[in-house]
Design a protein around this ligand. Sequence first.
Ligand SMILES: *Cc1c(COP(=O)(O)O)cnc(C)c1O
Length: 458
Amino acid sequence: MSQQHTTQDWRAMDAAHHLHPFSDTKGLNAQGARVITHADGIYLWDSEGNKITDGMAGLWCVNIGYGRKDLPEVAKRQMEELAYYNTFFKTTHPKVAELSALLASVAPDGFEHVFYTNSGSESVDTMIRMVRHYWSSVGKPEKKVLIGRWNGYHGSTIGGASLGGMSYMHEQGDLPIPGIAHVEQPWYYKHGKDLTPEEFGIQAAQWIEAKILEVGADKVAAFVGEPVQGAGGVIIPPSTYWPEVERICRKYDVLLVADEVICGFGRTGEWFGQTHFGFKPDMFTTAKGLSSGYLPIGAVFVGERVARGLIEEGGDFNHGFTYSGHPVCAAVAHANVAALRDEGIVERVKNATGPYMQQRWREVFGQFAHVDDVRGVGLIQAFTLVKNKATRELFDNWGEAGTQCRDIFFKHNLIMRACGDHIVCAPPLVITKAEIDAMLETAVACLREFEQLVAARS
Ligand SMILES: *Cc1c(COP(=O)(O)O)cnc(C)c1O
């Protein structure tokens, strides 16, 4: 059937009937979408036979790499045995119980409970409702406000988009909802001025303290942040930031929530980003790497304090999804997490490929005239395209240079993403050193092409 269709057919059907996420449909249809047909390891193939290096692990999610043979087997077996049953009404099933125990074993100490969702956005919305329900349950119903950060990303549902700090998302559909506040992001390159990174980390954390005092500590339920801001352009806070944020949250009895949807499951070289940065949240949200994108599933990890409050005082939590703990997704997530552990994939990011990538990334991109703030941790890295390195001046029309550069990568069959003028990269965690070298060689050629364009214009 589908073999008889051509690229043109798929493009035509797609243009006629498919509304793409985060896309300008008119512009996309004029150009025609690239049709991705199959994948293996860190590579994708399109319908015209091009082999593409996926420097983004899909959308930061295919941690284990494409083309695993074991995960489809697990899915098939589970579908045959029990394709679906819910977990609402005094029932569970083997795989969801086993996954819960496995997740508790890979999570930092003190996280013994998880709540299942189908995505990162649903994890965030679940967290928002859970945080508010927790405070009501323990007798502080007035604690409702959640503080997020400008340029943070917490998904596309109404709650997640509100908590996130993407103003272009807020502009559509009257967001944010009430009960959400934002503080500035810990972006040293732009906001650090004359401070050292360490001093800036403390200052950026204190913006949260100022916001708590402005709203009133008795009204603030939680502060929520990504350990590393992903879609915001891989903003890595200075080492002093997270410990100070934790101190401030404790001081005002505000719950600390990490959105680990990207950082979770090995991206930073630790199982979770909080371990890399040395802080202990009360809850954290996950999705993406939990199943490496093989099926949709997310989980909210609930720490001891909140779990005790909810379990002892909370009664019914009137929340859940038809597919919370879906048996097939749970089975695949279990196999994925066990493989990340048993095949030493997370450990390799920490001890081998992560440090290697960071060293090479800095070496190859440090030398360009319009590339600055070359940064990364584990297998998540970025640099920023700038007009003038000496004065830290950014290009005019934020995002234009980034898109241009991203398009050059794409033309050379390398996928990296532009977040404004930040060029970001987060490949599957199974990438080898040789594959890193090959990817960076292509990227360097693309950057040369980009700099020629800039030179030709000025
Ligand atoms: C991707 C992402 C989300 C949203 O996840 P979806 O599965 O797309 O709903 C939430 N938080 C962070 C940090 C993310 O990167």
